[in-house]
Design a protein around this ligand. Structure first.
Ligand code: 21W
Length: 252
């Protein structure tokens, strides 16, 4: 059984504590499938004001995270696990964008993963040069710091660890497992405010239901995220259904 292990270094561990103690991540930690340690970088400052940032050389505006507390925190993590391997990731807007393949790669990582969160606009470059193996971004928008990005990375990787989700397969039925969006879902009642559940789902015809789901996955992807169709795993039958859908929606 594989266990996913993270050490998160941050000036604001409280941002992560709540989400890690709820729902699926909470259960994964209780089941020992996920280990997340939170480290407060401020605990590794050496002065009486516990200074973690300073003004930049060169006279620009803003603040820069000082290198010494970050180095001391990383040293402390490594000292707690002598002889173990580590992958150190900086959450940063300059990183490669985190996607499903990246989540799969991290979910299989055997080394402890150190997630380093900046919370000012910048971190001293010597941290990147010396400590950081890779930088990850979660998308092209500006956050107040790396903490929410670290949570996104932990959440997306943890749900791919065997045993974390109730149903073994549910991770792969979801969006992006095969590169397609999910099909619509319905529950009782069979008619709600005049809107009926599609007949086929009540038919008991398993083959027809499977075909409907695949078609609706293809439809959702074609209409909402056509860019995904270039990399999705598609059969000859999928391509035929896509042609049908394009005609139905007057696309081409
Ligand atoms: C915000 C860091 C702004 C740096 C161009 C030139 C981690 C993040 C973060 C933050 C700046 C991630 C500038 C998506 C994110 C993060 C805080 C620098 C000034 N721009 N993924 N100078 N988006 N953000 N901005 O913001 O630490 S992963």
């Amino acid at each position: 059984m594989t266990k996913l292990r993270f050490d998160v270094l941050t000036l604001f561990p409280g941002i992560l504590a709540g989400p890690l103690s709820e729902s699926i991540l909470k259960r994964a930690r209780e089941k020992d499938l996920l280990d997340v340690r939170l480290w407060n970088i401020r605990d590794f400052t050496a002065d009486k004001h516990r200074t973690a940032d300073d003004s930049p050389y060169g006279g620009e505006a803003g603040m820069v995270m000082k290198p010494e507390p970050v180095f001391a925190a990383v040293d402390a993590v490594k000292a707690e696990h002598p002889g173990e391997g580590f992958l150190t990731i900086l959450l940063s807007p300059q990183g490669r964008v985190f996607d499903h393949p990246a989540a799969e790669r991290l979910s299989r990582e055997r080394r402890r993963i150190i997630l380093l969160c900046g919370h000012y606009e910048a971190i001293d470059e010597r941290v990147k040069e010396t400590l950081v193996d890779e930088e990850l971004s979660i998308g092209d928008y500006v956050l107040t710091g790396g903490e929410l990005a670290a949570l996104v990375v932990i959440d997306a990787a943890a749900r791919l660890v065997s045993g974390v989700l109730g149903d073994e397969e549910s991770a792969y039925r979801d969006s992006f497992g095969d590169g397609l969006l999910d099909h619509p879902h319905y529950t009782r009642p069979a008619e709600f405010r005049g809107r009926k559940v599609p007949e086929v789902l009540l038919s008991g015809n398993h083959d027809a239901i499977m075909r409907w789901r695949r078609k609706e996955s293809l439809r959702a992807t074609l209409l909402k995220r056509p860019d995904l169709l270039r990399t999705a795993e598609l059969t000859k039958e999928d391509l035929r259904v896509l042609d049908e859908l394009k005609k139905e929606h007057n696309l081409h």
